[in-house]
Design a protein around this ligand. Structure first.
Ligand SMILES: C=C(O[C@@H]1C=C(C(=O)O)C=C[C@H]1O)C(=O)O
Length: 359
């Protein structure tokens, strides 16, 4: 028995052999992706197809027998696809900056490390960059599971012609960062209002009486703290790397399961992936029973709604617009019929996009 046990050297030689095969296969895959790219450009199709990517992830996570973990498989494939796309041309993606914000993390999670990421100062600036064709995609936050919707993003869709082509769900963790890494050195805490609200209890329990200052973003907080040894920032782990800070305490958020949802916008819509969501924006006529009638087309077809949000219509006092997310693609016959029926009780209706459901 004993003499059959392979040595570390033998096992490492096997790993080297497997790695050679992986490299050869990655190159073979890249050549096929480039071939698909040539076919697409011949027929004027988009090179990047998020729906197809979702199908790839879904299939691989289903066939993976382990022990290689599914989360890791997803990350590996995100980079494989990101690098394959960049062989054709690097994809430019604008996001709500500065660097190291949660929008930055969400953008990296969706597009991988080979995309060219451009931080911008505001949500309107992200929309404009895409509208003016300076970026192919834009990433903006739309809601947080503990703090609710980011109304600024929803309001942008009223006038913008951009389409939603993907959603990103990011699990949000907040870390306390400082130059020294020691809790006893912290005499002031900086962060954005939302993370401050999300860590309120932790701050009271661990830093009672220490002043907390809200600034424009977690990244600005990290930047201030990088020059002040007596201050700490509530920010992401990525901010620690970018601003050369130490982690005083990690995951200080009061609520576990804290997610932020981001939307990816672009100038073109997205093909059906088979597991999609559709977002619409509309304003209804002021009539009795209208709220019932606007939901009826979906209820009677068994179409699931995942969200409904109303916002004041800024162009007319006391009128409201609704944002509705439903499961299905606008090209699904049932969804298309329901939307046509909804249109009958609307002053206006705009389909903001159909896109693959986040996984
Ligand atoms: C190869 C394709 O083009 C792109 C690259 C993909 C990949 O690397 O697998 C998947 C979808 C597209 O974004 C395709 O559409 O099949």
């Amino acid at each position: 028995m004993q003499q059959n046990t392979p040595t570390i050297e033998q096992l490492r030689a096997r790993i080297d052999g497997i790695d050679d095969q992986i490299v050869a296969l990655l190159n073979e895959r890249s050549r096929v992706v480039l071939e698909v790219g040539r076919l697409k450009s011949g027929s004027n199709m988009d090179f990047h197809v998020p729906g197809r990517e979702r199908q790839i992830y879904e299939r691989l996570l289903n066939v993976n027998p382990g022990p290689f973990p599914n989360d890791a498989l997803r990350s590996v494939y995100r980079e494989i696809i990101s690098a394959s796309l960049s062989l054709e041309s690097p994809m430019k993606v604008a996001f709500l900056g500065p660097k190291a914000t949660f929008s930055h993390l969400a953008t990296m999670q969706q597009f991988g490390l080979s995309a060219e990421l451009v931080p911008l100062k505001s949500i309107p600036a992200v929309f404009e960059e895409v509208e003016k064709e300076k970026a192919l995609y834009g990433v903006v936050p739309v809601e947080n599971s503990t703090e609710g919707v980011i109304s600024h993003t929803l309001d942008m869709f009223v006038d913008s012609g951009l389409k939603i082509t993907a959603e990103i769900l990011l699990e949000v963790h907040h870390d306390l960062l400082s130059r020294t890494g020691r809790l006893e050195d912290v005499k002031k805490v900086y962060s954005h209002v939302q993370p401050i609200a999300q860590c309120r209890q932790w701050l009271e329990d661990n830093l009672p009486g220490i002043p907390v200052v809200d600034v424009a973003s977690t990244a600005v907080a990290a930047q201030i703290v990088s020059e002040d040894y007596s201050a700490a920032a509530i920010a992401s782990e990525l901010a620690a790397t970018l601003y050369d800070l130490k982690v005083v305490r990690s995951r200080i958020e009061d609520q576990v399961n804290n997610f932020t949802r981001f939307l990816v916008v672009s100038r073109k819509g997205c093909e059906r992936s088979g597991n999609d969501k559709t977002s619409v924006l509309f304003s209804v006529k002021d009539e009795p029973g209208i709220l019932f009638r606007m939901l009826e087309p979906f209820a009677k077809r068994g179409i699931n709604l995942s969200k409904i949000e109303s916002r004041p219509f800024k162009k007319k006092a006391w009128e409201y617009i609704f944002f509705l997310d439903l499961f299905g693609h606008s090209s699904d016959p049932q969804v298309a019929e329901a939307l046509e029926e909804l249109r009958l009780c609307c002053q206006f209706l705009k389909i903001l996009g159909s896109y693959p459901r986040s996984m």
